[in-house]
Design a protein around this ligand. Structure first.
Ligand code: ZN
Length: 233
């Protein structure tokens, strides 16, 4: 089965819609969402509803935890804090209860998924170095793991490989961000995994960045959050 992994949508409805449209043409059996549906962007409620309707597996990210007051404001930088506060007022009670019910990680059909790390998912650590990756592999009980959180797509092999994929070693795959990429490429990012052929690819999708940026500023959210979308930083 082909599974599409989406993560870090961050209330960017244009990017999410574009990604889902692309997925429709890719013979995908299931879509799994790795968290941070909300935060930063202008359409949190619509993104929550769309993810809930379309995804088989949905995880909680740190921005959901912040919006639900499960994390203190000090966890976030200034722009994140402003967005978390704004997002709180946008969600219905029903949408908030749904987000509250989500786990930060899970294992299904031999696949581990986590928003941040597989070994300590609710501490919201970042995997940014080989040391971080080695610790994560120690706590990983499956052959493969998909994560988000850094907004930078990368494939890390337990044998020390980087950005290759195949048999013979275990992998932690960061699928990148749909709604706020930070790898210098402004196109929306998602992951496509074939569990029978054991193949993986990172897919990039153009969307109307101008439209999201205009909505973001019209909502009164910080200009910087709009500017960064054009650069993918
Ligand atoms: Zn995020």
């Amino acid at each position: 089965m082909r599974i599409a992994f989406i993560s870090d949508i961050h209330s960017n409805l244009e990017a999410l819609t574009g990604v889902l449209k692309t997925i429709e043409h890719l013979d995908v059996g299931q879509i799994w969402c790795l968290g941070d549906i909300v935060g930063y962007g202008p359409f949190p409620g619509a993104c929550v509803d769309m993810v809930r309707e379309r995804c088989t597996v949905v995880l909680k990210g740190n921005h959901e935890a912040g919006t639900l007051s499960e994390l203190p404001p000090a966890h976030f930088n200034e722009h994140g804090r402003i967005a978390v506060r704004w997002t709180k007022d946008q969600l219905t009670g029903e949408q908030s209860s749904y987000l509250k019910s989500l786990p930060p990680a899970t294992v299904l059909n031999g696949i581990t998924v986590a928003h941040a790390t597989p070994h300590l998912p609710d501490t919201w650590r970042y995997i940014l170095s080989w040391k971080d990756a080695r610790e994560a592999f120690v706590g990983l009980s499956t052959e493969i793991c998909f994560i988000g959180h850094t907004h930078v797509p990368v494939i890390v092999g337990e044998n020390g490989s980087l950005n290759t994929f195949g048999r013979g070693t275990r992998y932690i795959v960061n699928v990148g961000s749909v709604g706020q990429p930070r790898d210098g490429n402004p196109k929306a990012s998602f992951g496509l995994f074939d569990s029978e052929r054991w193949t993986y690819e990172n897919v990039r999708v153009s969307y109307d960045v101008e439209k999201t940026a205009a909505s973001l500023m019209a909502a009164g959210l910080p200009d910087y959050l709009a500017q960064r979308l054009f650069l993918g930083v």
